[in-house]
Design a protein around this ligand. Structure first.
Ligand SMILES: Cc1cc2nc3c(=O)[nH]c(=O)nc-3n(C[C@H](O)[C@H](O)[C@H](O)COP(=O)(O)OP(=O)(O)OC[C@H]3O[C@@H](n4cnc5c(N)ncnc54)[C@H](O)[C@@H]3O)c2cc1C
Length: 418
């Protein structure tokens, strides 16, 4: 096998993994991409799936389809169980071990419950497509149960507590409130608004800590207008199937707790024998490789990438993951071809979040801000660029335009397996 082409093994088909694979299209290498799912998940739209605005295929795209036409690339659906950096070999639950010449670690992050009692068992996280579907099915099930037995309403069956005042929590709370106040208000006319409450709980003193004060105020006002109750400085102490208890002792009646409060690097990073940084992320050099293992690239949410301009660790964002993937792909292709490589330079498109229909915030690197419809349009442009194909972009434009002009939620049905 001395004359075999180098093998590039990409772990994870998220923004980082797919971005890398695409850049290796013409490389003289065997590229193998492995993910435990057979689809790429577009996480920024998970909350729209959970609230019935979008369907599965708008959020999950077949990885085999994305890699079609890339003759040097194969895909396997398998779960990574361990990585041996010394032996340059990766083990999987359902697949024989694979050795590599270059490894791309793009396994993302996972939910961090910070040891909150009952959260692992009873909270609804929002990180994967099954999470979003589970939340949607649970909400529909609670509303149907309350329709059959209205005494459940008094017990908090329709109330939702969303934990986390960052973009995931705020976006989810806003979308849930719109679902409740529009689609569900018509579907279940006997339920009044105060019988189905959405409460957003944040441990810090304010929502949207990463944004300027005027954007925080805007977000708080936009949530209140959508009848989301905001509790800041409130820490969740424990969760049961029907109650959320705060550290202050206050008990909230709610049959649903959505966890949008924190992430940590994929559990596998702990087994690599590398030094970990804050949030269980792996520190990488300017080329995105691990300093002790120049053949190993760690990207996206799993990596602590220092921005060469601000000297700060870049946030866990789709654009960071995609750009880091594209850079790693280009770098590996150059190394294989014996060409020079360049350090990674992040192109900041701004920090942004949507709160609901026509309500969003954007903060640019230079400090410029936008709110409202203009900010929502800007969010749309940046996020369209993250979608993996032109067909997905065209479909998203139609879906988003539909959502802007109507409150239609075609996805609010439950499909049980029989
Ligand atoms: C609810 C939510 C909303 C968000 N909104 C935005 C937003 O509006 N804008 C924005 O820029 N960013 C947003 N983000 C962040 C963004 O989605 C992430 O930063 C980005 O997805 C990270 O990409 P990644 O490729 O590093 O990891 P991921 O996209 O998480 O991909 C990791 C892949 O690895 C696979 N995997 C994990 N473990 C294993 C294993 N053991 N074996 C095999 N495969 C495995 C997973 O199936 C997954 O496909 C949001 C995130 C969430 C959760």
């Amino acid at each position: 096998m001395a004359d075999a082409r180098p093998r590039v093994l990409i772990l994870g088909g998220g923004f980082a993994g797919v971005g890398t694979a695409k850049q290796l299209k013409d490389a003289d290498a065997d590229v193998v991409l492995v993910d435990r799912h057979d689809y790429h998940t577009f996480q920024p739209l998970l909350y729209q799936l959970a609230t019935g605005l979008l369907e599965n295929t708008a959020v999950g795209h077949s990885l085999r389809d994305l890699l079609q036409g890339q003759d040097n690339t194969t895909f396997h659906k398998a779960t990574v169980t361990s990585v041996d950096l010394g032996m340059r070999e990766v083990q999987f639950a359902e697949l024989a071990p694979i050795t590599y010449d270059y490894l791309v670690f793009g396994l993302g992050a996972e939910v961090n419950y910070f040891g909150t009692e009952g959260a692992e068992e009873h909270a609804f996280p929002m990180y994967t497509l099954p999470h979003a579907m589970r939340l949607k099915d649970h909400l529909l099930e609670r509303w149907e149960a309350a329709d059959r037995d209205p005494s459940l309403i008094e017990d908090g069956a329709l109330n939702v507590v969303v934990v986390g005042g960052g973009p995931t929590g705020v976006e989810t709370a806003g979308a849930l409130a719109e679902l409740y106040r529009h689609a569900f208000a018509k579907d279940y006319p006997s339920v009044t608004a105060d019988q189905a409450r959405v409460t957003l709980v944040e441990a810090g003193p304010e929502l949207f800590a990463m944004f300027k004060p005027k954007l925080r105020d805007y977000a708080a006002k936009a949530l209140t207008e959508r009848s989301v109750e905001v509790k800041t400085g409130a820490l969740v102490a424990s969760v049961s199937p029907t109650r959320v208890t705060l550290k202050s002792g206050e008990e909230l009646k709610a049959h649903t707790l959505v966890w949008g409060a924190g992430l940590q690097g994929n559990r596998l990073v702990e087994t690599l024998g590398l030094e970990l940084q804050r949030g269980n992320r792996i520190g990488v050099g300017p080329d995105l490789a691990v300093p002790e293992h120049p053949e190993v690239y760690v990207l996206g949410d799993a990596a602590a990438i220092v921005d060469e301009k601000t000297e700060q660790v870049l946030p866990q964002l789709g654009s960071v993951a995609l750009q880091s993937g594209e850079h790693a792909g280009e770098t590996i292709a150059s190394r294989i071809a014996g060409k020079e490589t360049k350090p990674f330079k992040y192109k900041d498109k701004g920090t942004m979040a949507t709160i609901g229909r026509g309500a969003a915030v954007v903060q640019m690197l230079g400090g410029r801000t936008m709110t409202g419809k203009k900010a929502q349009a800007s969010w749309g442009v940046v996020h369209l660029a993250l979608l993996p194909t032109n067909e997905d972009r065209a479909k998203a434009v139609v879906d988003w335009a539909g959502a802007t002009f109507t409150h239609q939620r075609a996805g609010r049905i439950t499909v049980e397996s029989e």
